[in-house]
Write a protein that binds this ligand. Structure first.
Ligand code: M6R
Length: 615
């Protein structure tokens, strides 16, 4: 989704903005632009395609100045053209604006502004720029930052929809005005310089001190000061938070792609996720952020995980784990469905919203709905200070560090890790024995070295992936707690290789989908040694009998796996409940290597965005 970076200070803004845009690339975009103010001049450069196109254009222009705004656009209103790229100007061409979100009543506003307004793009954002410019005319020039602030306030009163905006004006030096409603904005607090961005990533190289704007808040930035106020002009004391992530954590560190780095990060970030959050002696998970009394915990009769995409697959692992360990009926709801289906929720329902970005619009809306209906709503989130983290009444950060590849890998691992600890926490309060609790924790503690054993097979998995790269269709099957693994593996395959893939519980194939199987339609089967091993073997036999090729993920030492498979990838043995923390890794590597072999843009697959902040 779109990204914003703004700078105000004594350094040259252009290199900071371009670097910031590069760090926002992971969000997905199709065009980019920047505007820089220097004294009484205002320069604007925009370009479709990669940031490097914009950088090349910028290099041919003289772009001095220490105040600027920049944007990566992911098209919603209007095609991918230079005219539609941000920043947009108002009628006077002196005011520039970058905008994330959607102005729902832009047609109404356009009509109201009248026919004398000439627009150069098809975007809702340009209309907002014109509206602010129009309100500025209500003040008398020479304009001041107070005039600009008033114009922004007045314009935003008329707007319906979502926005994160930053505005600057050619005739108003040393001033950036930003406002948020539904699209996140973070202020970076520097010394004699300040930053504003759609997330912390582009600010991290310069400062770790940040302020997270809430909906309905406006920030007025000058070189030496930051003022935060409401849309109704009331000043707000905003806490400055210290972000732990280092800029280096977000770099590739020698890996060819962020996705590969993030796959290899898993053993380390998994340890970060669970550290200090369990007690082996007591055999229990100890997650502090739940903010529920023992009585409230006992009142929980039902758990619902709400999430999208990969995060919903983590929730599905949670369904198996919560029901088995705690005996609490548990459901998983895809957020975009939950928000409109008038779900039955009461004060005995505990809802967990799971999100890497913490900004996914559907998840956020569904959680608000659950809260409105009286559920306990908690977050399982990666991005510190994100909207979901702040709007839920408690929960847990998963500590995966910045995940920049669009395809989620290490965040999934850490979501599952935290969910297992929650299941154990609730389970020990209900029906899980000390011995089972301890066994589970010991199995978790052995995971980092077991994950490494799988990662060491990356080159061997690459050879297998290359063998299958020309097949157009795949099944990925699993059973029980490995069914979510199959769903997740299948999503990775679609997302980054653009190959068609479908996930099924192994036992479901014979109810229709088996008809598709022939020598051109391979199946990847998760067949590790657990209670459903023999069932899974039979399901694979059914595929083999129809001449389907099979790649099997099997437990180390299972020599019989070769009888059933064209190719086998071995994973270390572990407790069944913990298998989802190992078995997805070969699937991640398989998809990654196939995508590379097919020449795909692994980190930024087509049509997708990292942070889906629109409905
Ligand atoms: O940031 P979130 O975890 O809320 O994002 C949810 C999905 O958009 C995300 O998991 C998506 O499915 C991934 N790109 C899949 O790899």
């Amino acid at each position: 989704m779109c990204g914003i970076i703004g700078y105000i200070g004594s350094k040259e803004a252009a290199p900071i903005l371009l670097q910031g845009l590069r760090r926002l690339e992971y969000r997905g975009y199709d065009s980019a632009g920047l505007a820089i103010q220097d004294g009484d001049t205002l320069a604007r450069v925009r370009s479709v395609g990669k940031i490097e196109n914009l950088a090349a254009r910028a290099a041919t222009e003289d772009l001095p100045g220490g105040v600027g705004i920049a944007h990566t656009r992911w098209a919603t209103h209007g095609g991918v053209t230079e005219e539609n790229a941000h920043p947009h100007t108002d009628q006077s061409q002196k005011l520039v604006l970058v905008h994330n979100g959607i102005i729902e009543n832009y047609r109404e506003i356009k009509e109201q502004l009248g026919s004398e307004h000439i627009y150069n793009s098809e975007t809702d954002s340009e209309i907002l720029a014109h509206l602010i410019g129009e309100h500025l005319l209500e003040s008398t020039a020479p304009y001041t930052k107070e005039h600009l602030l008033k114009a922004v306030e007045e314009a935003l009163k008329q707007v319906r929809g979502t926005y994160g905006i930053v505005v600057l004006h050619k005739d108003i030096p040393n001033c950036l005005i930003a406002a948020r409603m539904g699209s996140p904005l973070v202020v970076g607090v520097g010394d004699g310089e300040h930053y504003i961005a759609s997330d912390a990533t582009p600010i991290l190289p310069y400062t770790k001190k940040m302020m997270f704007l809430d909906d309905g808040e406006i920030a007025i930035l000058t070189q030496d000061a930051i003022e935060i106020q409401t849309l109704a002009h009331e000043l707000i004391e905003k806490e400055v938070e210290e972000i732990e992530w280092s800029a280096e954590e977000a770099e590739k560190q020698g890996y060819a792609d962020f996705m590969l780095k993030e796959i290899f990060d898993q053993p380390t970030v998994f340890e970060d996720a669970i550290r200090g959050r369990y007690d082996v002696e007591e055999g229990v998970g100890k997650l502090g952020g739940l903010n529920m009394t023992d009585d409230e915990i006992k009142q929980v009769r039902r758990v619902i995980f709400i999430a999208c995409g990969t995060a919903s697959h983590a929730g599905m692992v949670g369904k198996y784990a919560f029901e088995r360990l705690a005996g609490i009926p548990t459901e998983v709801d895809v957020a975009s469905e939950f928000r409109y289906r008038d779900a039955v929720i009461d004060e005995h329902t505990l809802v967990f919203g799971i999100s890497q970005s913490g900004e996914t619009a559907d998840t956020l809306a569904a959680l608000r709905e659950a809260k409105r209906k009286g559920a306990f709503v908690r977050g399982i989130v990666n991005s510190v200070g994100s909207t979901i983290a702040r709007e839920t009444d408690g929960g847990t950060y998963i500590h995966a560090g910045p995940e920049l590849a669009v395809a989620s890998t290490k965040a999934y691992t850490n979501m599952v890790a935290i969910i297992l600890l929650y299941a154990l926490q609730f389970g020990r309060a209900q029906r899980t024995t000390l011995a089972t609790g301890q066994r589970l924790l010991n199995a978790l503690l052995e995971l980092p070295q077991k994950m490494n054993r799988i990662l060491e097979q990356s080159d061997a998995i690459k050879v297998i992936a290359e063998t299958y790269k020309d097949y157009e269709d795949f099944f990925v099957i699993g059973r029980g707690i490995n069914y979510p693994t199959a769903l997740e593996g299948s999503l990775k395959l679609k997302e980054i290789t653009y190959r068609h893939s479908e996930a099924y519980p192994g036992g479901e194939m014979k109810h229709g989908s088996l008809a598709l199987v022939d020598e051109s339609f391979p199946t990847i089967a998760v067949m590790t040694k657990n209670q459903l091993y023999d069932k899974m073997r039979s399901n694979i036999e059914e595929i083999r009998a129809r001449k389907g090729k099979v790649i099997v993920i099997a437990t180390e030492g299972d020599d019989r796996a070769h009888e059933l498979a064209d190719d086998v990838i071995f994973v270390p043995e572990t407790m069944e409940l913990v298998e989802p923390l190992l078995n997805h890794i070969p699937l991640q590597l398989f998809s990654y290597h196939m995508a590379v072999a097919l020449g795909r843009d692994v980190d930024r697959p087509r049509n997708l965005a990292k942070s889906v902040t629109v409905e």
